[in-house]
Design a protein around this ligand. Structure first.
Ligand code: PEP
Ligand code: MG
Length: 325
């Protein structure tokens, strides 16, 4: 079975009736990129850069970061690489950067909030990413965005970083695409406004589910309440994709749901054409896409939107998935 799946690595991901899906990989390291390439990733949809900052004693320098970003970019050739700026806080910590004790770390000093507070730290990373953009198709992505102001502030710092590189005479892609993660409910509610300020959306379902349902994604005691197929989530997915479509920007999905076969009807019915997932999931999802018809998937999703509970929706998607194997 594994060998058979491996044969699909170079096959284009398209349903029997012609619905194309770009299957990208989430990576945290060059080692994971090797696996992604082996499994035929069409791009890197989420480079989680926090791992560059972990297991060390100081923040990585611009030069150190640039080397890694450039390596990943060059390894991907003409395929795109979405580099997410630092997303520490919440469950991820750095030994050398002591964050205050917080009662609610997931509602606290985290991700873009840290970047906008620690501007030099942020600009160091932005310069490293910009420099890598000279070597391939790099895009920048901001995590945990909850307001238009945050996007504007981050972009101001991006422009400062660009000017600094200009002064140093260093090359980079001046038209680099800049997108945001949609993973906070407020971002879904103002997706139309955010879409005017950004080039793309990537839906981070891991955090989105946590924040929409008020269920800590790390707390095992309430893990049974963590419901990606809750009707509230389905509605949020729809309004995000519609806002992106109305504004003419692209939208992908990069949370764990993207690597779950049961979600495929939802993506196809919404008109999503890019999923980013762990390298281990790529071939499994591709296999499923090759063996289905978009029209059939859409009908299943339409039925989901008529149901009132997570239990019913999950059962419908489960049954449909099993009938497919
Ligand atoms: C997400 O929140 O869905 C996501 C992809 O980011 P992370 O899991 O790194 O928070
Ligand atoms: Mg997240």
């Amino acid at each position: 079975k594994k060998e058979q799946l491996q044969l699909l690595a170079s096959v284009e991901s398209v349903t029997k009736d012609g619905y194309q899906m770009t299957l990208s990989s989430n990576i945290s390291s060059v080692k994971e990129l090797d696996m992604a390439l082996k499994h035929g990733a069409d791009g890197v949809g989420l480079f989680r850069t926090e791992f560059l900052y972990m297991d060390r004693v100081t923040f990585p320098s611009e030069e150190e970061q640039f080397e890694v970003y450039r390596q990943v970019t060059e390894m991907m050739g003409s395929r795109s690489v979405v580099i997410r700026t630092l997303d520490i806080g919440g469950d991820k910590h750095l030994d050398y950067f002591s964050l205050p004790e917080e009662d609610n770390p997931f509602l606290g000093y985290r991700a873009i909030r840290i970047s906008l507070d620690r501007k030099e730290l942020f600009k160091t990373q932005l310069r490293a990413i910009l420099r890598a953009s000279h070597y391939g198709k790099v895009k920048i992505m901001y995590p945990m965005i909850s307001s238009v102001e945050e996007v504007r502030l981050a972009n101001e710092l991006l422009h400062e970083s660009m000017s600094e590189l200009d002064t140093r005479g260093i090359q980079y892609n001046h038209n680099i695409q800049v997108g945001i993660m949609i993973e906070v409910p407020a971002a879904v509610a103002i997706a139309d406004l955010l879409a005017e300020e950004t080039d793309f959306f990537s839906i981070g379902t891991n955090d989105l589910v946590q924040y929409v349902l008020a269920v800590d994604r790390m707390n095992e005691q309430i893990a049974h309440l963590y419901h990606p197929y809750h009707p509230a989530i389905l509605r949020m997915l729809r309004s995000t994709v519609e806002a992106a479509r109305n504004a003419g920007i692209s939208v992908s999905v990069c949370g764990e749901m993207a690597g779950d076969e049961r979600s495929i009807p939802l993506w196809i019915e919404l008109g999503v054409h890019e999923l980013s997932m762990s390298p281990q999931s790529l071939l499994r999802i591709k296999h499923r896409l090759l063996n289905t018809a978009a029209e059939e998937e859409k009908a299943v999703a339409k039925a989901c939107y008529k149901l009132h509970t997570n239990t019913e929706i999950q059962k419908l998607l489960d049954d449909y998935h099993h009938s497919h194997r």
